[in-house]
Design a protein around this ligand. Sequence first.
Ligand code: NAD
Length: 342
Amino acid sequence: MTVKVGINGLGTIGRRVARAITLQSDMKLVGAVKTRPDYTALQAAAAGIPLYTPSQEEAEAFDKAGIRVEGTLQDLLAKVDVIVDATPGGVGERYKGIYEEAGVRQIFQGGEKARVAEASFSTLCNYSEALGLKSLRVVSCNTTGLLRLICTLHRSMGVKRVQAVLIRRAADPREVKKGPINSINLNPPTTPSHHALDVKTVLPWLEITTSAVVVPTTLMHVHHVTLELEKRASARDVIEALAGAPRIMLIDTGVTGIRGTAQLMDAARHARPAGDLPELVVFEDSIHVEENRVTLFQAVHQESIVVPENIDAIRAATRLVEDPWESVTRTDESLGLTKRLF
Ligand code: NAD
């Protein structure tokens, strides 16, 4: 069976999910909605992605730019089983009624409120619970990073409590109007930050507190995480659990010389066609265990980490694949996720 998918919003996330769909043997990208005929529209058209506009109103500008438009969002919805909404945070909820009316399954992103979908989704935590649901919300990049770590360690050693400090990138590399450019801002200024609440949309039983600052960089987020386990463990146990898990890459600073996000992204740019790093990166040398308390640093490539989860969310919502690990294998092999960059 092949699931027909459309994308609304072809920005940082939408463009990557679009490309990922074209790499799946069980999905077909029917088209994508663009608001403006900018360079991303030109690239999508050159890549052969059929383009649609939110309404007839925007089509004229595409016509003037010489970009063929196949129709409106409504036309696209009539042709698909699933719509992936990758519009800016809060915009997706405004489209919810239109998607419902068209009777399509919906995959929203982490910038939306949790209420937009029947469940918030993170593959390694709750794939099975999402099977057959009509709407899912793939949690944000930071939350996906936290959940991959927590659910992986919970599976092998039980996690009781988590505390994390998030050092957030200020903007994506292509965003030219965001800051700060010379400050470390508390963002948000209150504790817990919304990230803890977001984690609890998937793991309501977990005790978790998060605080966050935003710093002048565009490359990645970095988290300092403390996890309290149900029983004592050694650093070796933690390393083995992470080494055996999908979508998590251990980086050994002693061997690689990689101490931070600039070198990580440099390595990714030389290893991958788009320079993306959808794996969660855990700095192996930072793993420290005292009795049942683990601390570590991890890095999140915000532009790409949620892409594999979007592909799995499509499979879960449509029941294309019932077994989470089968979906993970299909997704990761097709997208080239690995345990090492070198
Ligand atoms: P973006 O601004 O890069 O892209 C959004 C796209 O939607 C743009 O192409 C824009 O032109 C288009 N758009 C704007 N209004 C629209 C409308 N009314 N109808 C149709 N299209 C419209 O945003 P993004 O960074 O890709 O974020 C999309 C979602 O993914 C948000 O919910 C965000 O929180 C979430 N997310 C973002 C990141 C990240 O780091 N960028 C990471 C994880 C999750």
